[in-house]
Design a protein around this ligand. Sequence first.
Ligand code: AMP
Length: 362
Amino acid sequence: MKRIGVLGAGQLGRMIGLAGIPLGLEFRFLDPAEDPPAAAVGSVIRAPFHDAAALDALADWADVVTYEFENIPVGAARHLAARVPVWPPAEALEASQDRLEEKRFFRALGIPTAPFRAVNGPEDLVAAIAELGLPAVLKTRRMGYDGKGQRVIRPGDDPAAVWEALGPGALILEGFVDFRREVSSIAVRAIDGTFGCWALSENVHRDGILRRSASPATDAAGIADAAADAMRRLMSTLNYVGVLTVEWFETATGLVANEMAPRVHNSGHLTIEGAETSQFENHVRAVAGLPLGSCAPRGYSGMINIVGVEPDPAAVLAQPDVHLHRYGKSPRPGRKLGHATVRRDDRASRDAALDRLDASIP
Ligand code: AMP
């Protein structure tokens, strides 16, 4: 097992490649974009994800195929899976692409979610609001990311106008979760069922995009054990291989699942410096059929995302023990361009270093 095909060639693909090259692995990506970030770590077949000839070319070359983007067509994953192992399995892609199916899947495993209703028209929306109450969050079932494709509906808002803004199409209304904070679980499962889970990250968003993560999250209520148990059940049910992420709301009564991503995740970038084995390396090890490394934290780590504008790299790196990761993308508002990480032996020093880093990045 030497050749890893990857659907998607963004920064996640680039960091997967950066982790796998030292293991002697080679990477080839499929992506429609011109000059994507992962071009630095492997060749890129430039084609749409549904292009059967391009998928066949990837399958001809690769020993195994994985993906770094959860909105690739399930049909593309199935097309490849007829010819070459594809991990994580297409069922995981399918479950994560539709917010309604995703919530039903969580519930079927006894994992709490916000109350929800399917909304297929303005009348459904009025009925769902009557059942769930306000405030509530109306979301598109598919293709939502970074807070896009959703609106909070508050008392006094006109449901018809909110429907106009997001519909037509299949939507979901979710009850508003009164959360204390947002945390994420990242876990990995190998082909033989070996399971590993990184420490929880605590995440802060800005304008719907992740700004700051810190790990291990404080855990007075024992949520880390509950989260790891849920990850184990989710992954064994899906016969999962690779890295899976679940984003959670922490409430007064425990964790509520928001969504899952069948891939490495932005809130896990801090595992490059902050864990014994990073999410990227263990993802590659899992899909390549290699033994997993430990997910144990190395002290306390934190990450700040670089979004829209590049900071002066020298100013970031002038701070002691800061690690900078740039993705080679041209700046554009709302675009993830890189991230920077700190790692310290104790929480207080990590928090101070992370606050300084935060202040140095626009
Ligand atoms: P999502 O696209 O589902 O990750 O949602 C983006 C952000 O909107 C989340 O990180 C939360 O801050 C907020 N949000 C989403 N769903 C809910 C909900 N049901 N209740 C409260 N806040 C929510």
